[in-house]
Design a protein around this ligand. Structure first.
Ligand code: ZN
Length: 546
């Protein structure tokens, strides 16, 4: 008897049944559906009724789980008496499945008695169709050879259960002491694979494979579902300005405004500015009758992805480290709130509204006073455990190289940034520019010189492109993205920069000519941070509805 069990171990059993009134309710049709399932690789079949079982038995030697559905006053019961079990046994079933729930059934035989008689008189295996752990334990005690989750969700006690019950599978695998057959609401190949991985003996799939009417209805319903709607309030906290606005599902930004960050005032001043920016956008939105679905925040600094606190920040935002930014915003505005660092927000903006739309694997690099990064893998932003994923400004491209403000040496950020552009230009030209100017001002000047064809400025950019090329080659080797998008004030207006980086990467990586690494300038504009912050709100909102 265990030979039959072993043939379905770890495998797919396909249930081929038509329901009363279904156009497929016809033995020849069921025979053909079963035959198609067998050709597809099914290891066993579950079939209802003498006629269907006998017809399919003539075609195949695969194990058949036979049932005999009977109705009594509109109520259905699976193989409710010994006579119906004997019928399907004679038709050719190898395993008899029967209802072993606690539900009362006025006609028929007690299932405990049936299990014993199927074993002794029919010499067949018994699959106990149950809805709960307690029922499975009773069935196992009565001698059932395996337990099937078939009836979970169909008894009064389990009527609140929607979809496949993973907790019940877990409990049964642990406690039933019998092979557990995962059956009922398994609707995707991935769920079937997971059920086996979590200890199911085999998986029975019915409707998702053999009922075209049900499959079609699923498509129709999904297509009729209204497109997600709603707008989010977003703010983007930088060291000079806090931008605010309302962002819709298409990434359109309206009611945009900006406020001074007043970073020199420390945490309280920055927080007050953020609060003002949020309040302003929220008030304007509500005046127009728009009720935002949430609040998205992009900010400089490292953000703890678990709770939206500021993990750390540079001197550009003094006192910002350690601030419970999400808690602060939720307390004041009572909106679902998502906090992102600005580089992650940029990657989200590309993914949802920019050049990353429809690209499942890409990397977004932002170059300015430092280097920020966001990795999108499999269509999802990779945040990492604490939210630090994508911090490749601090990956080493020169062992024991230039000191970096993170304390290490040779980081990418020490070679590609505003300060390093100034450094390279100074080395090449011997000019100091205006020594009293801010870095940003000097970098802007070099950018303008490069655009005008000044050889030293052009060369400074090409040196930076060489360094970035090494870093990008590392990223292509580690992450295998389709494209790397570059953005940031430092490289804006320099389309050749991306082409230089691309050439460098092509020469550096294995099979570069074949792999054709693509590096492109992002088309992102001034509202990227707002769009990315809003995108995180939309993602969280849609995830909660799923
Ligand atoms: Zn560093």
């Amino acid at each position: 008897m265990s030979a039959i069990m072993n043939r379905i171990k770890g495998k797919l059993v396909v249930s081929c049944q038509a329901y009363p009134g279904d156009p497929l309710e016809d033995t020849e049709t069921i025979r053909r559906v079963a035959s198609a399932a067998v050709r597809g690789g099914a290891a066993g079949l579950r079939l209802n009724g003498v006629k269907d079982i006998a017809a399919v038995r003539r075609d195949t030697g695969l194990p058949i789980i036979g049932i005999n559905k009977k109705y009594w006053n509109d109520q259905l019961r699976i193989t409710p008496d010994f006579a119906s079990a004997a019928e399907v046994a004679h038709a050719g079933a190898d395993i008899i499945a029967l209802d072993c729930t606690n539900r009362a059934w006025p006609a028929g035989d007690p299932w405990q008695e049936m299990i014993a008689r199927i074993h002794s008189e029919l010499k067949l295996l018994v699959m106990a169709d149950i809805a709960t752990l307690a029922e499975a334990l009773n069935a196992a005690a009565a001698g059932a050879d395996m337990v099937g989750m078939t009836l979970n969700g169909y008894t009064e006690e389990t009527s609140s259960s929607r979809g496949f019950s993973w907790p019940l599978l877990h409990d049964l695998v642990k406690q039933a002491n019998r092979p557990v057959i995962a059956e009922g609401h398994i609707s995707t190949p991935d769920e079937a694979r997971r059920a086996i991985a979590r200890g199911a003996w085999s998986v029975v799939v019915g409707s998702a494979i053999t009922r075209p009417g049900v499959i079609t209805a699923g498509f129709v319903q999904a297509m009729e579902r209204p497109a997600p709607s709603g707008s989010a309030v977003a703010i983007d906290i930088g060291s000079t300005y806090i931008k605010s606005g309302l962002v819709d599902r298409a990434g359109e930004v309206s009611l945009a405004d900006r406020f001074l960050t007043r970073a020199s005032g420390g945490r309280d001043a920055i927080a007050a500015g953020a609060s003002l920016a949020i309040q302003s956008a929220l008030t304007l939105a509500r005046e127009r009758g728009i009720d935002p679905i949430g609040l998205g925040i992009a900010t400089g600094g490292a953000i703890d992805a678990r709770d939206g606190t500021v993990f750390g920040a540079t001197d550009n935002l003094p006192g910002w480290a350690g601030f419970d930014l999400r808690g602060f915003a939720v307390d004041r505005f009572h909106l679902p709130t998502c906090v992102n660092n600005d580089a992650h927000a940029a990657a989200l903006a590309e993914l949802h509204f920019g050049m990353g739309r429809g690209v499942s694997d890409f990397v977004a690099i932002t170059i300015g006073t430092g280097v920020g990064g966001g990795i999108v893998s499999g269509g999802k932003l990779m945040r990492g455990r604490l939210g630090f994923a994508g911090s490749f400004g601090h990956h080493t491209i020169r062992f024991d190289g230039r000191p970096c403000n993170c304390g290490r040496r040779g980081c990418l950020e020490a070679y590609v940034s505003t300060a390093s552009l100034i450094h390279e230009y100074r080395e090449l030209s011997g000019q100091l520019l205006n020594p009293n100017a801010e870095d940003a001002e000097s970098a802007l000047k070099i950018s303008q010189l490069a655009s005008a064809g000044d050889p030293c400025a052009v060369e400074a950019y090409s040196i930076l492109a060489g360094y970035l090329g090494e870093a990008a080659a590392n990223l292509f080797n580690i992450l295998d993205p389709e494209i790397i998008l570059i953005s940031g004030g430092l490289v804006e207006g320099h389309p050749h920069f991306a082409a230089q980086v691309e050439d460098r990467v092509t020469n550096l990586i294995h099979f570069g000519a074949k792999r054709r690494p693509r590096i492109q300038m992002s088309a992102a504009g001034q509202f990227t941070g707002l769009q990315g912050a809003a995108a995180s709100v939309f993602e969280a909102h849609d995830e909660a509805l799923r």
